[in-house]
Design a binder for this molecule. Sequence first.
Ligand SMILES: [Cu+2]
Length: 605
Amino acid sequence: MVRAATEVDGGLPVSGPGHPLRRLSADEIRLSRRVLAEHGLVGAHTRFTYLGLEEPPKAEVLGFRQGTPIDRRVRAILLEEATGAASDVVASLTRETVDSLVALDPARDGQPAIMLGDLEAVDEIVKGDADWRAAMARRGVTDLDLVRPCPLSAGSFGLPGEPGRRMLRVLSFVQHRDDDHPWAHPVDGLVAYVDLIERRVIELVDEALLPIPREEGNFDDPAAVGPPRTSLKPIEITQPEGPSFTVDDDEVTWEGWRLRIGFDAREGLTLHQISLWDRPVVYRASIAEMVVPYADPSPARFWQNYFDAGEYLLGQQVNPLMLGCDCLGEIRYLDVVLPTEDGEPREVPNAICLHEEDAGIAWKHSDLFTGSAETRRQRRLVISTFAAIGNYDYGFYWHLYLDGAIELEVKATGVVFTSAHVEGSRWATRVAPDLAAPYHQHLFSARLDMTVDGVENAVDEVQLERLPVGPDNPHGNAFTRRVTRLARESEGARTADPSVGRAWHVVNATSTNRFGQPVAYALYPQGAPLLAADPSASISRGAGLPSYVAADREIDGRDIVLWHTFGMTHFPRPEDWPVMPVAHCGFVLRPVGFFDRNPILDLPR
Ligand SMILES: [Cu+2]
């Protein structure tokens, strides 16, 4: 069903057939290809490493009214596989024009993303290399049909001959048979550096002859895991009257919340124009990037830093979900349409899951004096996707709560990346007799384009302040709250500090609560380690935020975007093998003086 645009306070129509943030349709993907082809940009060796909606500027979207003509534009990153030439193109589907075309310089701008086709390419290339075959034979591996070479992102280390090269580093794993998980059998100490354009191995690092671990890790094999336990009685979750949310043309409404769902081939799930009781809170929320840097400094492994969004296109790896598979209750699924490497549409059914969950106690009090005893249940709306990137599986769960909290919970599961066990290693945990799992981090970069009651926002850093004993604090019990307004972008680069409960309040001075205070939404980070690599390491010197804030603009009373890095430092446990129980990380945004009092007093008993 298609509905007319809804207009709400703060100018936030999020619905309507012609909405500027509507997801790209299969027809629009086909049209994108045609427009680019008609401008001579698509040849026999052209690959669409990325194609996505070029979102109009925020002001234009916020000013959109039903009937406003919109210019549908797309952005494509094209790669010429024969030459390695790459370009960044913006085209209009409405006008059928190419609006901008920038030739990329891989040495300066980086390489287009790794594609599914590269998996096949590295398989062919390494297996066709005589030296690699000889190195495998020295390790006793001769049946190459059971070898799984992995297309691993090369990183950027400025090594001789590497800058500007479209290359991958290839570690391999062995299967005992087709349904045997290869991750249990790493062929360690041997890495092939592959040039994808020249289609050859340019360097073979044969560092150490390590035994290939034999023990299998087949968590899906009943013979290996034993009979399933029978002691768990059923838990049934039913909503006989259906869920309390509605989904209409990607617009979701639930208990005062309203938002639009988006999906991008790189970022995956994106949320747009999130408002609560017709008051805007977040204009756009996504995971803009994530990286998994590893700790092992050895010649075979120092380069392991996988950017799963920018290099492996998180969105492209999204799983189709099956009912009962990972969510319970009354579920609504949304399909996703993504571009293939040839620029054609492909559909991933049931890629986005929406459901409503009981979330324990919302509030409760049993009173000593009045005898009153009141309890209310909390609920949350869950909007989630799962993506499998090689060995790891990541779930992205956005939770909207009745009390105004917005939470992102990232779930990491799947199979840890493995290595051969080396006695006394400082870089890995032993997880099976000859098998280890190297130490690493999973770091996520959330991009939160805020709109707290409008676009004119500011950021206060708020934390507890311990006070010295003195005339004002004779007994040493005093502590207070320190509020620091961040005036410029340079002041906005801050680290979390759980020892003082540091949080960041996005405030709107033009909108006040009943106490005359600016309304706010606060970002509460988790207390977890920061990036572990040295500041001089390649991973620490990446492009991005430092350049975005180089102009050091004023940020007080401006349109604020929060970039929040969070994640986990993973020292794998034996219990993480052969498949890892879910580990969680994330953050939460909560209203602070956004409401005048507890906004969920009206929940029914
Ligand atoms: Cu991990």
